[in-house]
Design a protein around this ligand. Structure first.
Ligand code: SPD
Length: 279
C-alpha cells in the first residue's frame, strides 16, 4: 500500500513504512491489472510503484537490473536466446541488449501500461530497446507463454512484482517446472525472490521448489535502497552451471554500474542469518 502524506510518498509493508520526499505526483491510474503510480522525488529521481510497492527509481534501478541480468548472463558460457517474464519497465531488457552474443530476447509482460508509463517517465530504462531488432515485445501472460515453450531458451529472467494476486503464479512449483522445460539442457533461470529480513519464508519456498527441479540452485544478494529492508535476494537455478564461475567471454561489456566480476562472486556469500532462515 502506498500513501502520499504532504511531501512524502510512503510504502507500507506490513509493520514497516518506507518514505521518500517528493516534489510532486506525476501519474496515478489503475491499469487492467494493477495500480500504477509515479512520483518525482527530491533525491531519487522518478519513482514507480505497482499496487503500492516501489519497483524502480531513476537513481537506484541500476542495482536491481544489473544483478538480475548480469549474474546469470555471465554464468552461462554463450547465452543467445533469452526470455524475460515481467520487467515491464524495460530495465532488464536494457541490460540484456548490452550482451553482444545475444540473438533473441522475448519480452513478455502482462501489463502494457507499465511499459507505456516507463517510456514516458523513465526514458533511461527503455533506452535502445525498441530500436534493437533482437527484442520481441510480446505483451501477455508470461505463465501461459512459458507453458508453451519447450527447450528454447539459454537464460530465463523472471522480473516480477511481489507475490500478490498478479505475480503469485511466478513463485509456484508448476511455473518453475514449466520454466525448466522451456530452458535448453544447459539453461539458467534467475528471478527476484524478495528480502531475507521480512520475507525469508518466500525465499525458502522458492529455493525449496527450485531444488526439486534443478541441479544447481543458489541465492545471491544485492543492496537496493528503495525496497523495504534494503537487502534484496535473487534466486538462481540451472540444469548445469554453478553460478560462482564466470564463463561468458562473448558479451564484451566494458563497464557496468553495480556488477563487477568480484561482486558476481561475492553476492553468493550469504550472512549466517540468511543461511539459517532459508534452510
Ligand atoms: N518489492 C519490490 C519488488 C520488486 C520486483 N520487481 C522490480 C521490477 C524492476 N524491473
Amino acid at each position: 500500500m502506498t500513501k502520499m502524506t504532504g511531501k512524502w510518498c510512503t510504502e507500507v509493508y506490513r509493520d514497516t513504512a518506507l518514505s521518500f520526499k517528493i516534489k510532486k505526483k506525476l501519474y496515478s491510474k489503475r491499469s487492467k491489472y494493477q495500480m500504477v503510480e509515479v512520483w518525482k522525488t527530491e533525491k531519487h529521481g522518478n519513482m514507480m510503484a505497482l499496487d503500492g510497492c516501489y519497483m524502480v527509481s531513476t537513481a537506484e534501478e541500476f542495482v536491481y537490473h544489473d544483478m538480475l541480468t548480469h549474474v546469470p548472463m555471465f554464468s552461462h558460457p554463450d547465452p543467445q536466446d533469452i526470455l524475460v517474464i515481467g520487467g515491464g519497465d524495460g530495465g532488464t531488457v536494457r541490460e540484456l541488449i548490452k550482451h553482444k552474443g545475444v540473438k533473441s530476447i522475448d519480452f513478455v509482460d502482462i501489463d502494457e501500461d507499465v511499459y507505456t508509463v516507463s517510456k514516458k517517465y523513465f526514458p533511461g530504462l527503455v533506452k535502445g530497446i525498441e530500436q534493437d531488432k533482437r527484442v520481441h515485445f510480446k505483451f501477455g501472460d508470461g505463465i501461459k507463454f512459458v507453458k508453451e515453450a519447450k527447450n528454447r531458451y539459454d537464460v530465463i529472467l523472471i522480473d516480477g512484482t511481489d507475490p500478490s494476486d498478479i505475480a503469485g503464479g511466478l513463485f509456484s512449483q508448476e511455473f518453475f517446472s514449466d520454466v525448466k522445460d522451456a530452458l535448453k539442457a544447459d539453461g539458467i533461470m534467475a528471478m527476484q525472490s524478495e528480502d531475507p529480513h521480512y520475507d525469508s519464508d518466500i525465499i525458502r519456498n522458492v529455493q525449496h521448489r527450485l531444488k526439486k527441479l534443478f541441479k544447481e540452485v543458489d541465492l545471491y544478494l544485492a543492496f537496493m535502497p528503495i525496497y523495504p529492508s534494503g537487502m534484496w535476494s535473487f534466486s538462481y537455478a540451472s540444469k548445469k552451471y554453478d553460478p560462482r564461475v564466470i564463463r561468458n567471454t562473448k558479451s564484451k561489456i566494458k563497464k557496468f554500474s553495480y556488477y563487477t566480476p568480484e561482486v558476481h562472486k561475492a553476492a553468493f556469500a550469504l550472512p549466517q542469518f540468511v543461511k539459517d532462515r532459508i534452510k
